[in-house]
Design a protein around this ligand. Structure first.
Ligand code: ME8
Length: 633
């Protein structure tokens, strides 16, 4: 039995509902899956959800529910959305599924027995926001970016995976498999990263409880990425391994192109054929992401039908590159390509066949040069589309097809069938034109079926078919074969969007949405008695002067009035505030902090500010009618 074509998406975190970034990856996978089925292959298409780890634990805590309850709720959103998007995945694996948990523990044990996983003490720096150990080099980078506050010194017992032992093997594998990571420029980044040296990877945590326990050492929980990556294995039926295509966003390529193959090498398993890293949908210059709160939800766009969204994704995004999203661009694309382009061509063709030939598609007796040229172009564009789609380049495939459709518009304008129809002497030419147009539409319905299953089916039926276009195969399709019967009822393929009208509604719906970033804060500190707390003298102050400290983008020197005296205070708030914004502000000052020197300036006190590890500092502000000198207690 031949091996099914196995395609995967990343498994999505359940700390928030899906946005169009997640939807894009899954649509791409679904289009690939449908395309391969129409190539006559059996396909196994897997998607899923990543439910363990600190992100999910925190998001659940913020809502006051258990992580599993949060996961159940969010998974229901995914299941519902995938159904509405017409996804044909075989399984949505959840990392909380029992078979997955057993698989992860089994593999962990296997690599432990083999000696590729070992227990040791980690001593060094840890980035709280990334949930990862940090090398000296990375620490320097973070410091240079002013993010050193995210680092903490850590000493803990952990299980390591011997990643360092796989550096040479990975590089040799990359050398021997030039298509392993696509596109090439991303593959080069991966190679450079591995050439730079690999350190052993910590794959357990004792600080987290929401996860799969290390077998036999349950105070350790298996690191979320080791857990998550193995989903592709847990959900794989016996005859499917290895994956043929693994789709990932560029943000998680390193995990898939370095750690994942090393785990598989260690387990003595075949590696995936291709890992394809796509770019990001951007809003302005920023990645669309839940933590930035600038996401567009698929629901906003689904009112135009799932075909429209699927088509837009495939037509607009050149796989591998980033692409800015705009509602205007979305509507322009659909109006141009679906309402005008294909929709218009189909309705003109079908109504001409109806009017001039009573719904029967003629078989042309002769083709003149012009007809022949168009017929030949179809024979060329069909395999060109298939070849590009086989290389997962649906953007280029659709581009080629739509430029052919535009040529057909030109062909109609030149041939003027409405004039030909007036004189029976022109019948052979009119037959040729109608047959050419019919065949082009029939091939188009077939080719776009993986991208727009609903629209393709509707076109297919208008052309007189009663079977499922998606159940056909490309191979051996008779492009110049006769029609199988009279054409069917012509339905508008795509309703033109009234852009003006929709724009205001859409913008309101998509205005940076309600997503709250998850809190990135440490646990509540240990209890102190009231006496210790009251040793800290907190006062209301008013900022009288503020200026930047030369050569520092972070520090601002201020003169602060404390009612009974004035102080010089230097604060690290220069990235969040301009000096002008600070003048006259009421603040809370730690008034009895020992003076310290910051870039040569003695600072007498500190301003209280609120933040989490990821946010800017927000100065704590007493109400407007408080007075400088008031004691805060
Ligand atoms: O990373 N543009 O999950 P996640 C395009 N659980 N694609 C985007 C996108 C954007 N703006 N934003 C997200 C995780 N994506 C891990 C994966 S796999 C073993 C574990 C897509 O919920 C893109 O595919 O953060 C990216 O890789 C994925 O969503 C990240 O989803």
């Amino acid at each position: 039995m031949s091996k099914p074509f196995y395609v995967t998406t990343p498994i999505y975190y359940v700390n928030d509902r899906p946005h169009i970034g997640h939807t894009y990856t899954t649509v791409l996978a679904d289009v690939v899956a449908r395309f391969h089925r129409m190539r006559g292959e059996e396909v196994y298409f897997l998607t899923g959800t990543d439910e363990h780890g600190q992100k999910v634990e925190k998001a659940a805590a913020a809502r006051g529910i258990t992580p599993k309850a949060l996961a159940d709720e969010v998974v229901a959103n995914y299941t519902d959305l995938w159904q509405r998007m017409g996804m044909t995945h075989f399984r949505l694996i959840r990392t909380t599924d029992q078979d997955h948990k057993e698989q992860v523990q089994r593999l962990f044990q296997r690599l432990l027995d083999k000696g590729d996983i070992y227990k040791a003490t980690y001593k060094g720096l840890y980035s709280v926001s990334d949930e990862a150990y940090v090398t000296e080099m990375q620490a320097k980078e973070l410091q240079a970016q002013g993010l050193a506050h995210q680092l903490v010194e850590l000493e803990e017992e952990t299980y390591f995976f011997r990643l360092s032992a796989y550096q040479d093997r990975l590089l040799a594998y990359f050398e021997a498999h030039p298509g392993f990571v696509q596109p090439d420029f991303r593959f080069n980044e991966v190679k450079r990263f591995v050439e730079g040296g690999l350190q052993d990877l910590s794959i357990s945590r004792t600080s987290i409880s929401w996860g799969i326990p290390v077998p036999g050492d349950e105070k350790h929980v298996i690191y979320v990425w080791f857990d998550a990556l193995l989903n592709y294995l847990s959900a794989c039926p016996a005859n499917c391994w290895p994956p043929d295509l693994q789709l990932v966003g560029k943000d998680i390529l390193r995990f898939h192109a370095v750690y994942w193959p090393a785990f598989l090498m260690s387990a003595g398993m075949f590696l995936p054929e291709t890992i394809l890293a796509h770019g990001w949908w951007l809003m302005g210059d920023d990645k669309m992401s839940k933590s930035k709160g600038n996401v567009v939800r698929p629901d906003t766009l689904l009112r135009f039908g799932n075909d429209a969204l699927r088509f837009f994704f495939m037509r607009e995004m050149q796989v591998g590159h980033d692409r800015g999203f705009s509602f205007e661009g979305f509507m322009d694309r659909l109006n141009a390509d679906l309402a005008n382009g294909l929709g218009n061509l189909a309705s003109r063709t079908l109504s001409m066949i109806q009017r001039y030939r009573g719904g029967l598609v003629p078989v042309p007796a002769v083709l003149d040069e012009q007809d022949q040229e168009l017929a030949t172009r179809l024979l060329e564009v069909f395999p060109e589309y298939l070849e590009k789609a086989r290389a997962n380049d649906f953007h280029a495939a659709l581009d080629a097809l739509w430029s052919y459709l535009r040529a057909l518009d030109g062909y109609i304008v030149k041939a003027e069938p409405w004039k030909l129809a007036k004189d029976p002497a022109n019948d052979p030419k009119l037959d040729a034109v109608l047959a050419n147009l019919y065949r082009a539409l029939r091939a188009t319905a077939l080719l776009v079926a993986p991208v727009m299953p609903g629209l393709a089916q509707s076109l297919w039926e208008s052309l007189g078919h009663s079977d499922q276009v998606g159940a056909r195969t490309f191979h051996g399709f008779a492009l110049d074969g006769p029609a199988i019967g009279p054409i069917g009822e012509s339905k508008p393929l795509f309703q033109r969007i009234d852009k003006e009208k929709e724009m205001s509604e859409l913008e309101a719906a998509a205005a940076p949405v309600e997503t709250k970033p998850t809190l990135d804060v440490p646990e509540i500190r240990e209890t102190v008695d009231a006496e210790s707390f009251f040793k800290v003298d907190l006062r209301v102050g008013r900022i009288l002067e503020a200026e930047r400290v030369p050569k520092s983008d972070k520090l601002i020197k201020m003169k602060v009035d404390l009612g009974i005296e004035q102080r010089t205070i230097v604060g690290g708030i220069g990235k969040a505030y301009e000096p002008d914004q600070l003048l006259n502000r009421l603040v809370v000052v730690v008034a009895n902090l020992a003076p310290r020197k910051l870039m040569g300036i003695e600072s007498h006190g500190m301003l209280l500010a609120a933040s989490d590890n990821a946010s800017k500092p927000y100065l704590v502000a007493p109400p407007d009618d408080a007075q400088p000198g008031f004691l805060v207690k």
